[in-house]
Design a protein around this ligand. Structure first.
Ligand SMILES: *[C@@H]1O[C@H](CO)[C@@H](O)[C@H](O)[C@H]1NC(C)=O
Ligand SMILES: *[C@@H]1O[C@H](CO)[C@@H](O)[C@H](O)[C@H]1NC(C)=O
Ligand SMILES: *[C@@H]1O[C@H](CO)[C@@H](O)[C@H](O)[C@H]1NC(C)=O
Ligand SMILES: *[C@@H]1O[C@H](CO)[C@@H](O)[C@H](O)[C@H]1NC(C)=O
Ligand SMILES: *[C@@H]1O[C@H](CO)[C@@H](O)[C@H](O)[C@H]1NC(C)=O
Ligand SMILES: *[C@@H]1O[C@H](CO)[C@@H](O)[C@H](O)[C@H]1NC(C)=O
Ligand SMILES: *[C@@H]1O[C@H](CO)[C@@H](O)[C@H](O)[C@H]1NC(C)=O
Length: 539
């Protein structure tokens, strides 16, 4: 035994001597499997210096046999010091260090420059860590871990997330310091292809986010973060993933394995409400095979990276999207769905049965926008086209059922509103509603009505940087948004009513107005749940 240990010890010394002429360059963090120095030290508008560690690997490259597999977090040892610059591949829209997972953005996406394009790479399971100056190991500051929005199809840890404005809010005296983390995850074909009976794992994009959060729980103390005070935050698809994680089962089919974070902040959770998906997932899988000119999963795993990227482009950019808002792709689209194992049913159904992570979640903030269907659904040809829109979620709905929805949602003269309100509820708001109702006494809820109250507007407030990068319609709301988020993060009182049987929440208008959930909105989500739960509607 001793000679082995001695050899190991000497080898370690030799490796250090060879790779480490300067034993501790500034900001060096030794994770055990890899050593990182900051990629850059950036300065916020008010002069806070922040060390940014880009592209820390949290899982192996999901290529070859690991394609369509849960992330492999048996991390290889990397001898050289890493500075996070361009770890192989073309980078992303945020610059050469903005590694993106394979991304495709259809032409109708309102991001000029991105729409209609495909980018990214398969070796993408990296995360970024942001550490403000003065924070050092042992400080145990709270951690904000972000899952970016993506429509489950495009984007990255750097494109849709920037915590620099929030670090400034700390500088203005709003609570103490914190560390931010943001990760990539697989999207589209690579993240959400699944079919029963095939030798692959379901919802791997979601499991990537879980693995990244587990990384934070395990390693963040090296940077000065407190693994007992992690708030996971996400918007849109990122929030949808968090929503699904609240019901994630472990390999034994139980909820006994705690989530790797204690609090969640969910904004506009885009979570598809599709329960009985086995046959549609098979149809989508078969279409993926056809499009790839192959007949088997092995054929898909054998595709070169270039062909795999082209396949994703074909599925998302060149085919009509039938997801119905929130996610993209044909048939039911690519996104989280019941997979017969770790996600046994949709969250609303599991929450109703009490199969939700009650014990390990200490606090939640759940938000949605009053009119987020406005920019995320088609409103053409209403009300005649409404049946088709409703049947994206309820494929077997009868005409009587469609009429039941119209009776509640449609006011003649407000044709577009019909499509917007339905999409707002089915894709986003009712998910927030269901989770708040399922965790009474723990959740805090907001509905943001500040015009234009469309999807993603709230992000601009809590991550406000300046009027150019984050143009907000009501600058007075920035301070309360950031103050409340920081208080929540630090486990302090965010001055926010807790959602309970009285359904108290904030209606954010030109201020944070404490009110109760209007009966009309409760009735809408009750109807959505009733229809989604009724097997006759085929959800
Ligand atoms: C940090 O600075 C680098 C170099 O100037 C820049 O490329 C990057 O976008 C900055 N990151 C943030 C989050 O501001
Ligand atoms: C997509 O991008 C093109 C050119 O970049 C632009 O002309 C078009 O308006 C964009 N589409 C949308 C829906 O924003
Ligand atoms: C499948 O074959 C078609 C027609 O030959 C070709 O255009 C397409 O690029 C192929 N797709 C892949 C993913 O190889
Ligand atoms: C609904 O009504 C239309 C005619 O108004 C009819 O063509 C269609 O078959 C009906 N659909 C169902 C599912 O009953
Ligand atoms: C929020 O306030 C606006 C403006 O007063 C009102 O129109 C809307 O119905 C309110 N929403 C909620 C959820 O209370
Ligand atoms: C699920 O869908 C299949 C067809 O895809 C159908 O045959 C079956 O009856 C449905 N099961 C339930 C419980 O609705
Ligand atoms: C919808 O109804 C059709 C015809 O009754 C049936 O074949 C199909 O399996 C149903 N789909 C679902 C998802 O229940």
């Amino acid at each position: 035994m001793l000679p082995i240990l001695l050899t190991l010890f000497l080898t370690t010394l030799a490796v250090q001597a060879r790779c480490d002429p300067d034993p501790s360059p500034p900001g060096l963090i030794d994770l055990g499997y890899a050593r990182h120095i900051p990629t850059s030290i950036n300065t916020t508008a008010s002069g806070v210096r922040v060390a940014i560690y880009n592209n820390i690997r949290f899982a192996r490259s999901p290529t070859g046999d690991l394609r369509f597999r849960a992330p492999n977090t048996d991390l290889p040892h990397v001898p050289d010091i890493q500075d996070g610059t361009n770890p192989g591949g073309p980078g992303g829209p945020g610059g050469p260090n903005d590694v993106s997972c394979i991304s495709s953005a259809p032409w109708y996406i309102p991001f000029p420059g991105l729409n209609g394009t495909t980018w990214g790479q398969e070796d993408c399971l990296f995360l970024d860590v942001y550490v403000p100056e003065g924070v050092k190991p042992g400080d145990d500051v709270p951690v904000l871990h972000n899952f970016h929005g993506s429509a489950y199809a495009f984007g990255s840890k750097g494109t849709f997330f920037d915590p620099m404005g929030l670090f400034d809010a700390v500088g203005k005296g709003n609570g103490g310091k914190f560390i931010a983390v943001a990760n990539n995850y697989r999207m589209g074909v690579s993240g959400f292809t699944w079919a029963q009976g095939e030798d692959l794992d379901g919802n791997v994009g979601l499991l990537d986010c879980l693995a990244a959060a587990e990384w934070t729980s395990k390693y963040i103390y090296h940077f000065g973060g407190d693994p007992q005070r992690i708030t996971a935050i996400g918007q849109s698809a990122g929030a949808g993933i968090l929503y699904y994680l609240t019901v994630l089962h472990d390999a034994h089919g139980t909820l006994d394995t705690p989530l790797p974070f204690q609090q969640i902040f969910i904004s506009s959770p885009a979570g598809p409400q599709r329960r009985n998906v086995t046959s549609r997932q098979r149809q989508l899988f078969d279409l993926v095979l056809d499009t790839a000119n192959t007949t088997s999963l092995a054929g898909l795993r054998a595709l070169s990276e270039t062909d795999f990227i082209a396949l994703n482009d074909a599925m998302i950019n060149q085919m009509p999207s039938e997801g119905g808002g929130g996610n993209l792709g044909p048939i039911l689209g690519f996104g989280p769905a019941p997979d017969g194992s770790r996600i046994p049913d949709i969250p609303s159904a599991l929450i109703q049965r009490g199969a939700v992570h009650h014990h390990d979640l200490k606090g939640l903030i759940l938000g949605s926008m009053a009119s987020e269907g406005q920019t995320t659904s088609s409103d053409e040809g209403m009300p005649d086209a409404f049946g088709a829109l409703a049947r994206r979620t309820l494929p077997n709905a009868s005409n009587e059922t469609v009429q039941e929805v119209l009776d509640l949602y449609y006011t003649p003269g407000l044709e577009s509103q019909l499509a917007w309100d339905w999409t707002t509820d089915v894709v986003f708001a009712c998910n927030a509603f269901n989770l708040a109702r399922g965790l009474p006494g723990k959740a805090r809820r907001y509905i943001m009505s500040t015009p234009p109250a469309t999807h993603g507007e709230d992000l601009l407030y809590y991550f406000y940087v300046d009027d150019e990068q984050t143009p907000v319609s009501d600058p007075q709301l920035v301070e309360p948004f950031q103050t409340k988020l920081l208080a929540f993060l630090h486990g302090e009182d965010p001055q926010w009513p807790v959602y309970g049987d009285d359904e108290r929440l904030f209606n954010i208008t030109d201020s944070f107005e404490a009110t109760t959930l209007p009966d009309s909105l409760r009735a809408r989500c009750d109807l959505v749940n009733k229809l989604v739960f009724d097997p006759a509607n085929g959800a």
